[in-house]
Design a protein around this ligand. Structure first.
Ligand SMILES: Cc1cc2nc3c(=O)[nH]c(=O)nc-3n(C[C@H](O)[C@H](O)[C@H](O)COP(=O)(O)OP(=O)(O)OC[C@H]3O[C@@H](n4cnc5c(N)ncnc54)[C@H](O)[C@@H]3O)c2cc1C
Ligand code: SF4
Ligand code: SF4
Ligand code: SF4
Length: 499
């Protein structure tokens, strides 16, 4: 029996294999960059010495595990499906093998071979059953070009994401950078080149760097309790819910589910704080906030359609032990990457609950002002609510008037970066909440994890939420899948410069 990786014992890896892998891991460029910049990192004050060593330790652990996998894969004679590779590593958890293969591919050590097969299925098209051809994709993995000595690809700072025009301004890179070299606002990203020590941590966790979609699918399909949908991700259950609290009804966007769940968790001492979004000193310009009192929570209710770099303030919440995070799908994906690859894990392990909103697109604050002026001839300060419903963009005014225009008229104001986003329903959340699929005054709720189900059921039992199955209401789950599929299909591919 040998060593501990992720606190697990591995019994079929020899001491020599382990020592070799650990030695190779210590040469990893990220590990070296961090180690060499220890003084600057500690001087910067974001991480304590213990946290710094925790990070380094978990990076070496993760890299050692990858080296064990890579070294064994060098002995494979042919490219294999991921399921077959998983079978060959009995003592490493399947989800680790899967995430490691995806990371090794990005490091340039492993090639992915795509195979496309066409099959015919029967499908209802405009009420008529028709035979249609669909494409199925299969992937095999093999050590790069069959070579045994391959040079590691060094991850670049995220300026390459910004230069490619695909940064969604989630703010995670700024929270994670150990030397505070990155500043992200809702509209800009700046890296101080003199301070950046080129560790590439920001690239590892950026939702726009490399895809973790395949790892997500493989990992979720391992869990027999989960339902899996190509269009709305993996989930345990789905509901239509509405708050029973009169005070929340006054401020909510749809069913008031997000605010109700957060209030329930704060009041019942399940969490200590929430990261959410409120209006800044400019109405409708969102500002991420840390809320630790119920009386401040209602200020966060309601959708602000301008984007908020909410992950920016994650490091400010490190003193709270149990935090709930509310955000849009791109932010939940960033958190998932920080969790899969240890760059984010150590410092944000206090994020205990992730509530994801549905999101088709968001707008810059300036473009929201233009939208309201050009399409409605109104001043943004006169609005009490904005909403998207049944193909219309709707505004409510202080004089109780409601105005609407077709959604297609306002889509030109959406941020270009949102066209590179394929997730409508926040597949990486514990609980996803949106309006699509739910009747008026309700939210559609997709519960994706056991902790999510536990909280949702407790809130229902406490009488704060009235809930029905999403399949028992109209329009129901089919619409979530339909719109989820549309978003996925029209998503543009991301191309980053090789330089
Ligand atoms: C930019 C954006 C686009 C959206 N697009 C769609 C869509 O196309 N289809 C759909 O079905 N649903 C969409 N939603 C979700 C929907 O508008 C509601 O947020 C959701 O139904 C929850 O309603 P609720 O009444 O339960 O939330 P509430 O109880 O009113 O709580 C709302 C929560 O949203 C958070 N929030 C508000 N604005 C932002 C923001 N800019 N960024 C991050 N968090 C924010 C607040 O912190 C609050 O916790 C979108 C949300 C956002 C923020
Ligand atoms: S982590 Fe977020 S803010 Fe940073 S570059 Fe990536 S998308 Fe942009
Ligand atoms: S900007 Fe990125 S690459 Fe540079 S130090 Fe920060 S995390 Fe590392
Ligand atoms: S569409 Fe995607 S990228 Fe744009 S705000 Fe929503 S989740 Fe983020």
């Amino acid at each position: 029996m040998v060593q501990l990786i992720d606190k697990k014992v591995f019994d079929n890896i020899t001491p020599k294999e382990l020592i070799d892998a650990t030695y190779e891991a210590s040469n990893n460029f990220q590990v070296r960059a961090l180690f060499e910049a220890k003084d600057e990192i500690l001087e910067c004050g974001k991480y304590t010495e213990n946290q710094f060593y925790d990070l380094l330790d978990s990076m070496i652990d993760a890299e050692t595990e990858r080296k064990i996998i890579l070294n064994k894969m060098k002995t494979f004679q042919e490219a294999l499906f991921i399921e077959d590779i998983v079978d060959k590593f009995q003592s490493i958890p399947p989800e680790n093998v899967i995430r490691d293969i995806i990371y090794l591919r990005e490091q340039g050590f492993i090639d992915e071979q795509e195979e496309v097969k066409t099959k015919t299925i029967t499908k209802k098209v405009k009420g008529e059953e028709k035979e249609v051809e669909i494409k199925e994709y299969f992937y095999r993995y093999i050590v790069s070009n069959g070579k045994l000595d391959i040079e590691e690809r060094h991850f670049k700072p995220v300026s390459i994401i910004d230069e490619a025009g695909v940064c969604c301004r989630c703010g995670y890179c700024s929270a994670i950078c150990p030397v505070n070299a990155i500043e992200v606002t809702a509209d800009t990203l700046e890296i101080d080149k003199d301070v950046c020590m080129k560790c590439g941590l920001c690239f590892s966790i950026c939702p726009r760097s490399f895809s973790i979609g395949k790892a997500y699918e493989y990992i979720k399909k391992l869990d027999n309790e989960l339902n899996y949908s190509e269009k709305m991700g993996a989930y345990l259950s789905s509901y239509a819910g509405t708050t029973t609290k009169g005070e929340i009804k006054k401020v909510r966007q749809d069913g008031g589910i997000v605010t109700s769940l957060l209030e329930y968790m704060l009041e019942n001492d399940i969490i200590d704080a929430i990261i959410a979004v409120q209006h800044s000193d400019k109405l409708w310009k969102p500002e991420p906030v840390i809320v630790d009192k119920v009386e401040d929570l209602y200020k966060t209710a309601g959708t602000k359609y301008a984007n908020s770099p909410s992950l920016n303030i994650l490091d400010k919440a490190m003193d709270y032990e149990r935090v709930a995070f509310v955000g849009v799908p791109c932010m939940l994906k960033a958190l998932e990457k920080g969790d899969l690859f240890p760059a984010g894990k150590i410092f944000f392990k206090n994020i205990k609950y992730k509530i994801g909103l549905f999101c088709m697109e968001s707008f810059s604050y300036n473009d929201i002002i233009s939208l309201v002026e050009n399409e409605f001839d109104e001043d943004i300060n006169n609005l009490t609510k904005m909403n998207i419903d049944k193909g219309k963009f709707i505004i409510n005014l202080k004089n109780d008037e409601e105005k609407k225009v077709p959604l297609k008229e306002v889509q030109k104001y959406a941020r270009d970066t949102c066209h590179y986003c394929d997730d409508l329903t926040s597949i990486y959340a514990d609980i996803s909440v949106g309006s699509i699929g739910a009747p008026g005054g309700n939210s559609a709720v997709i519960v994706r994890s056991k902790i999510g189900e536990e909280i949702y059921q407790k809130a229902v039992k406490a009488g704060i939420i009235e809930s029905k199955n999403l399949t028992d209401v109209k329009p129901g789950k089919f619409l979530v899948e339909k719109i989820g599929g549309i978003k996925k299909n029209k998503c543009k591919p991301i191309q980053l410069s090789e330089e």
